[in-house]
Design a protein around this ligand. Structure first.
Ligand code: NAD
Length: 330
């Protein structure tokens, strides 16, 4: 049966129920082709084959700390959920702390003999490299894995690949993002991982910081994190797609942790030379009204849908967001 064209919606799970996980539940709530049947956080999981009520799940998580209060409380929530739930594909909205965490989660799916589609919104080059190394194992396991499918890497990396097609030679891809969030606690992992990109900080140091230390750091910077020359996987994704060398890709941005409005517009600039010898720059700018959550979760599910069509054709293994197109989820 062709699941994509069938009336029966694809059964989706979301691992991680923080800022992105909750936004993902809201994004899915208005979709007909996908239904969220599973969610997990650090303290529990929820599996409802008939579909999860996002408002109830979010309220429970925010008031009691875990969706497990509606489902099952567990210290091994991911493993328990994978074993118990009938799910076609998962969006991994988990913190990548430590930098090997997501790789270990994928290993768990494989060890448990799970088959289906997985999509992540990984950011760091070194973390995405770990996923690319799993190509053969995941291919053998019957898992279709789409990596780097958020906003950057993700949407903007894919745009850069398309924009590059006008040129005979690509000189630079420059991604500049602006993120505005009203309070950092709604996106703890995102902010901690961003701190790990600041000069003088590592992922391990950022992970070890207490909430009070994070608050003190943000206070000392008036709530703003300015990031330059980040270790972002857009570089190897574009290199792998043949667009340019990783050294020609630059990523930086500004995160305002006290204001839902973006401090600057998010854009990608792709500079190159056409076959006529003209040097030019294409610029693609995201609408300022679109939030980080909209620009991460939308693409993640678009790539998940692509993943289902690849999986149906027995195309397993690892793909990046710059190699395949996302499909719009209705
Ligand atoms: P968050 O801190 O708000 O939420 C993390 C969630 O994961 C929480 O619900 C927590 O309970 C759960 N969790 C933690 N450990 C777990 C475990 N062992 N088992 C099950 N659940 C566990 O995180 P966030 O700010 O939503 O960010 C999630 C990820 O998305 C981060 O890694 C971030 O870097 C990434 N991200 C990517 C992009 C992009 O454009 N590519 C943009 C933003 C965020």
């Amino acid at each position: 049966m062709n699941k994509i064209n069938s009336i029966k919606p694809l059964r989706v799970g979301v691992l991680g129920f923080g800022g992105l996980g909750q936004a993902a539940a809201r994004v899915l709530a208005v979709k007909k082709e996908m239904i969220q049947v599973a969610a997990a956080d650090a303290a529990g999981y929820l599996y409802q084959p008939e579909g999860i009520d996002p408002d109830l799940a979010i309220r429970t998580y925010q008031q009691k700390g875990s969706v497990g209060h509606l489902g099952e409380l567990s210290q091994n929530s991911i493993k328990d959920l994978i074993e118990r739930a009938d799910v076609d594909g998962y969006f991994l909205a988990l913190p990548n702390l430590p930098n090997t965490f997501m790789s270990e989660v994928v290993e768990l799916f494989r060890e448990l003999g799970w088959q289906g589609v997985l999509v992540d919104a990984l950011k760091r080059t070194s973390a995405l490299e770990m996923m690319l190394q799993k190509q053969e194992q995941l291919q053998g396991a019957g898992i279709t894995y789409l990596t780097g499918c958020g906003a950057t890497p993700g949407l903007l990396t894919a745009v850069a690949n398309i924009a590059a097609q006008s040129y005979s030679e690509v000189h630079q891809v420059a991604i500049t993002f602006g993120v505005g969030i009203a309070n950092w606690e709604a996106y703890r992992a995102t902010i901690r991982e961003d701190i790990g990109h600041l000069p003088g900080y590592s992922v391990e140091e950022a992970q070890a910081m207490t909430d009070a230390q994070v608050e003190a750091l943000l206070e000392s910077r008036q709530g703003l994190l300015s990031l330059e020359n980040m270790e972002h996987a857009d570089d190897i994704m574009l290199e792998r797609a043949g667009v340019c060398s990783r050294t020609q890709v630059k990523v930086g941005g500004v995160v305002d942790t006290r204001n839902a409005q973006k401090p600057i517009s998010t854009n990608v600039k792709v500079t190159g030379r056409t076959f006529e010898g003209k040097i030019s720059t294409h610029t693609f700018t995201l609408g300022d009204e679109t939030s980080m959550a909209a620009n991460v979760c939308g693409p993640a599910f678009g790539y998940l849908k692509t993943g289902f069509s690849l999986h149906q054709r027995q195309l397993y293994g690892v793909y990046t967001a710059a190699e395949v197109m996302p499909q719009f989820v209705r």
